[in-house]
Ligand binder design. Structure first.
Ligand code: NAD
Ligand code: DAU
Length: 352
């Protein structure tokens, strides 16, 4: 049995991980720490609120005193750290929040956990999982091999630079203090509870609303897509079987060009959604100005986690997208309130 704290547990991947954990380990004690920024949403966790061994705490990972108190008062043995500013376009508009949460916040959590772990005489089973991204490795050319755990870091956006900084801190806490940190670097996720600003939910929602589908640049950038439940199973595997001080890459083995992905979404929407305002939906595709510093291609070599820990993705892109679209169709009252005036303001800043 574990006593786990999941930071960022009201966000996209965090809330999927909380559901995965509560279903897989119903006797574990689960605390969620989340500041409920624009990306955090308590509705993602509403079905869990009456559980005895689940607690939601609204708080900031930069607040050292509160974290010290949480670790101690709930006798936490495992940290799954997902809280972050996560959207590249927002990091281009305003990098400050990314440095604060991703670098200073991760440092604060690491320091608090180190102090607590020392006070307990360094138990062997304690774990600090730092969840990171493939974007820290930079951009690949079409013929390059996929990122491995030893690919040198070359972050290109304020988001990926701040995640790289936090990865280095997590690594240093193992090498310097022997603290049981483990790092995972994962490719693009998709699935339920994905905030509307990201490519897949943005396209699904715009198709439903009959709005243009803004594809950056020439649409030939490549991402390696992973269904979020596959990512949660990987994080679970790493917590249970991963070795302290190690890094594990996690990927879907599903490289797709953006324009092909949007095309697939249009076809699936034409098939699954009743009464679309514009059909076929692909008429809505519009090429727009490219994202500054837009990384061309990401691809993950996930052979280490497959060979050493026995994890591999189960979902194909087509099936995963079908499930995701059905989720957005059946949960309009989840995403509609997220299209708030603040969100519209952000949308006009990015898309004009
Ligand atoms: P998200 O933006 O959906 O959620 C982030 C959560 O963190 C939100 O609930 C937010 O309220 C919370 N948060 C933000 N600042 C906080 C703070 N200072 N204190 C406490 N909570 C705070 O992000 P996501 O897509 O779920 O990503 C989760 C993690 O996984 C991030 O670390 C991200 O870098 C990493 N990651 C994401 C992807 C992806 O495709 N989405 C892929 C690889 C890695
Ligand atoms: O690779 C992992 C990363 O994936 C995570 O670390 C990030 O937190 C997550 O946001 C995601 O980053 P991306 O920048 O790859 O995801 P996004 O959904 O923003 O964009 C995916 C691709 O689609 C990218 O090439 C940019 C393009 N795009 C995106 C949007 C929002 C468009 O062409 N049009 C759009 O409107």
């Amino acid at each position: 049995m574990r006593r786990i704290i999941i930071t960022g547990g009201a966000g996209f991947i965090g809330s999927n991980l909380v559901h995965h954990w509560c279903e897989t380990y119903p006797d574990d004690y689960v605390v969620v720490l989340d500041a409920l920024t624009y990306a955090g949403n308590l509705n993602n966790l509403s079905s869990l609120k009456d559980r005895d061994n689940f607690l939601f705490v609204k708080g900031d990972i930069c607040d050292r005193e509160s974290i010290d108190h949480l670790l101690q008062s709930h006798q936490i043995d495992t940290v799954a750290h997902l809280a972050a500013e996560s959207h590249v376009d927002r990091s281009i508009l305003g990098p400050g929040a990314f440095v604060q949460t991703n670098v200073v916040g991760t440092f604060t959590l690491l320091e608090s956990f180190r102090n607590y772990w020392l006070s307990k005489d360094k138990p062997d089973h304690y774990r600090f999982l730092h969840v990171s991204t493939d974007e820290v490795y930079g951009s690949l050319e079409p013929e390059d091999s996929a990122f491995t755990e030893t690919t040198p870091y070359a972050p290109n956006s304020p988001y990926s630079a701040s995640k790289a900084g936090s990865d280095h801190l997590a690594r240093a806490y193992y090498h310097t203090y022997g603290m049981p940190t483990i790092i995972t670097n994962c490719s693009n996720n998709y699935g339920p509870y994905h905030f509307p600003e990201k490519l897949i939910p943005l396209m699904c929602i715009n198709i439903l609303l009959g709005k243009p589908l803004p594809v950056y640049g020439d649409g030939l950038n490549v991402r390696d897509w992973l269904y979020v439940e596959d990512h949660c199973r990987a994080l679970d595997t790493v917590i249970q079987k991963g070795l302290p001080g190690e890094t594990y890459n996690i990927g879907g083995n599903n490289e797709v060009k953006n324009i092909d992905l949007v095309g697939m979404l249009c076809e699936l929407m034409d098939e699954l959604a009743p009464d679309l305002p514009v059909k076929p939906a692909k008429q809505l595709i519009t090429f727009v100005k490219d994202r500054p510093g837009h990384d061309r291609r990401y691809a993950i070599d996930a052979s280490k986690i497959r060979n050493q820990l026995g994890w591999q993705p189960q979902e194909t892109v087509r099936e995963g997208l079908r499930k995701t679209i059905l989720w957005y169709l059946h949960n309009q009252n989840w995403w509609q309130p997220l299209l708030s005036p603040d969100y519209q303001k952000y949308y006009s800043q990015v898309y004009g």
